[in-house]
Design a protein around this ligand. Structure first.
Ligand code: F0G
Length: 353
C-alpha cells in the first residue's frame, strides 16, 4: 500500500506551506483537494480530440473556492493579532469569512448589497454568527465602505484585496498541475471581482517558474453580459445579472486580471443570463454537478467558444460554488408538484408506466 500523504485533506496551508506566506496559526476547515473530474460529455461536445476537466470548487467546506484564500487570510490575521474580520460580499466570501471566523473564535462583520444575496449564502453567514449589515447599494459600494473601515485597523479585511486571499486561492492551479502532471492548454472561469483569475494565473506562473510544468494555460474569463466591466473596459454603474455572485461593476483586481489575460494570451468574453442558466441545467442533468449560476458561466463560455479551441487541447473549467447556495435560481422551474394517494397504482400512473 502507498504511504498516506499526511498533508492531504488537512487544508491548503499544510499541503502547500512552502509556496505560501508564513502562517504560524492554522485556521483550516480542510479546504482544497477538490475533484478534477474528466468530463466525457463535455469533451465530446467540444470534439476534435479535446479533453475537458471540471475543477469542482463547490465541494470546499463552505461550498465555494473562497475557502482556499480564507484559510490563509484568517490564519495570518490571527498571527498579526487581528481581533475581528470584515468583508464586502456578493455572498460566498461572507459565508466563508463567517465560518473561518467561527473556527478562529473571533467576530466577523459582513457588508452586503441588500436583497441581492442568494438565500443559502445569507443563511451560512447568519448560522456562523456573523454580524450582517445590508446596504442600499451594490457590491462595489459595499467594498468601498469596507476599505474605509479596514483603514481604521480594528478589522482585518478578508476580501481578495488582501494578498493572503490570492495566495491561498492560487493553490487550485497547483492541484491541477499536480493531478494532470502538466498545466492545461486553456483554463476557463467566471470573473467577478477578478481575484480568482488573478490567483490562478499566479499559481500557474509560479509552478511553471519552478519547473513543475512546461507550459502555462491561456486564461479565458467569462463575465455576465449585464456585469462585464473588464470586457467593455469601463466601470458598469448598475451591474445586473441572475448570477448574483458576479454582479460587480468595478472589480478590485481589474488590473491584475488584465495582466493575466494579456500575459497568458487569454481572453475575456461575456455570457448572457439565459446561457448561464442553460449551462447550469445542462451540468446538473448531464454530469450530476449542481452549481450556482455564476459557476455555470465557465461552462456556458465553453459552449459558446468551443469552436475557437484548437484540436487536441486540454481544457479545465472551474465551477466555483455549490448550487444549493442559490435554490431560488432552480425552484422557479419546479412549479407545483401534485400529490397522489399513497397507493402503488396511483404512483405507477403518476410515473407514466
Ligand atoms: N463564482 C462565484 C460562485 C463567486 O462567489 C465569485 C465571487 C466568483 C465566481 C468570481 O470570483 O470575484 O474572484 O472574480 N464572489 C465574491 C463574493 C465577489 O463576495 O463572494 P472573483
Amino acid at each position: 500500500m502507498k504511504a498516506a500523504n499526511m498533508n492531504q485533506g488537512r487544508g491548503v496551508i499544510e499541503r502547500f506551506r512552502e509556496f505560501l506566506p508564513a502562517c504560524k496559526t492554522v485556521v483550516s476547515l480542510g479546504e482544497g483537494n477538490t475533484p478534477l473530474l474528466f468530463s466525457p460529455k463535455l469533451s465530446e461536445r467540444v470534439g476534435r480530440g479535446c479533453e475537458v476537466f471540471i475543477k469542482n470548487e463547490g465541494v470546499n467546506p463552505t461550498g465555494s473556492f473562497k475557502d482556499r484564500g480564507m484559510t490563509v487570510a484568517v490564519s495570518r490575521a490571527i498571527d498579526r493579532g487581528g481581533r475581528a474580520l470584515i468583508c464586502a460580499s456578493t455572498g460566498n466570501t461572507s459565508a466563508s469569512a463567517a465560518a473561518y471566523a467561527a473556527r478562529a473564535g473571533i467576530p466577523c462583520a459582513v457588508i452586503l448589497p441588500a436583497g441581492k444575496i442568494a438565500t443559502g449564502k445569507l443563511i451560512q453567514a447568519f448560522a456562523h454568527g456573523a454580524k450582517i449589515v445590508e446596504i442600499d447599494g451594490n457590491f462595489d459600494d459595499a467594498l468601498r465602505i469596507v476599505r474605509e473601515l479596514g483603514d481604521e485597523k480594528e478589522f482585518a479585511i478578508v476580501n481578495s484585496i488582501n494578498p493572503d486571499r490570492i495566495a491561498g486561492q492560487k493553490t487550485a492551479a497547483f492541484e491541477i498541475i499536480v493531478e494532470l502532471a502538466e498545466a492545461p492548454d486553456f483554463h476557463l472561469l467566471p470573473v467577478g471581482n477578478a481575484g480568482n483569475i488573478t490567483a490562478y494565473w499566479a499559481g500557474y506562473r509560479e509552478f511553471h517558474a519552478k519547473g513543475k510544468s512546461k507550459k502555462r494555460p491561456a486564461m479565458i474569463g467569462f463575465q455576465a453580459s449585464g456585469a462585464a466591466p473588464i470586457f467593455h473596459n469601463r466601470v458598469i454603474e448598475k451591474p445586473e445579472t441572475i448570477a448574483s455572485a458576479i454582479r460587480i461593476g468595478n472589480p478590485a483586481s481589474w488590473k491584475q486580471a488584465r495582466a493575466a489575460l494579456d500575459e497568458s494570451k487569454g481572453a475575456i468574453h461575456t455570457v448572457t443570463d439565459e446561457e448561464i442558466l442553460s449551462a447550469q441545467r445542462w451540468l446538473a442533468s448531464n454530469e450530476g454537478i449542481l452549481v450556482e449560476p455564476a459557476s455555470a458561466a465557465s461552462i456556458a463560455g465553453l459552449f459558446k467558444r468551443a469552436e475557437k479551441i484548437p484540436n487536441g487541447s486540454r481544457i479545465v473549467c472551474t465551477v466555483t460554488g455549490h448550487g444549493l447556495k442559490d435554490p431560488d435560481s432552480i425552484q422557479r422551474r419546479i412549479g407545483k408538484l401534485e400529490s397522489v394517494p399513497a397507493k402503488i397504482d396511483n404512483v405507477r400512473r403518476a410515473l407514466g408506466f
